[in-house]
Design a protein around this ligand. Sequence first.
Ligand code: G16
Ligand code: MG
Length: 216
Amino acid sequence: NKIGVIFDLDGVIVDTAKYHFLAWKNLANHLGFEFTEAHNELLKGVSRVRSLEILLDIGKVELSEEKKQEFLVSKNEEYLKYITKMGPEEILPGAKELLDTLDSLGIHYVLGSASKNAPLILKQVNLFERFSGIVDGNSVSKAKPDPEVFLIGAKKLNLKPEQCIVFEDAIAGVKAANTANMISIGIGDKQTLHKADYNFNDLTEVNSSFIKELIN
Ligand code: G16
Ligand code: MG
């Protein structure tokens, strides 16, 4: 009974949502409206382009395609300023321990993130080398909740979708995993992620006996 694991990045391995928030908030303020943490929740797991559309809807702002492109670039430039200051201390609790557990059990894992900056972020926190493969926002044509990102992940693992376990913090990501026919594990609020097959508050709650149970 071979299995493999696919990890989402933001909200599972690191908390980059707080940096996305700072950069999106600045853009909203520049456009003349407020952007709150509650608004930011709507952007979790969502692609960059879709995030901008949601933000513009919130502010009831309409922009030309050229302006949108310009703001996508400037938002990302600001975001990268925060990312390039990140270090291993920003790895979320339990993440490294879980990777160690998977290593000791001989279970391979890949990344399945919507972020085009995923390789850089993993390098910043010294986890890049540990993953057997990376599927990020550059390798997909359809964003979560489309299962594409995870199906490519399964291919990288050389496994069937049913043999893959997905760790996700976003509703769109859990939906993508379920549509792909994978085992979905929601990390975060249980109510929000009630569609997941299993729920945990964070990765410190995911122990080796749980993983062993999934193998058998
Ligand atoms: C992350 C975040 C989203 C962000 C997306 C794209 O996804 O949760 O808020 O909009 O990546 O990021 P970027 O602008 O860096 O391409 P995930 O899938 O890792 O949770
Ligand atoms: Mg996420």
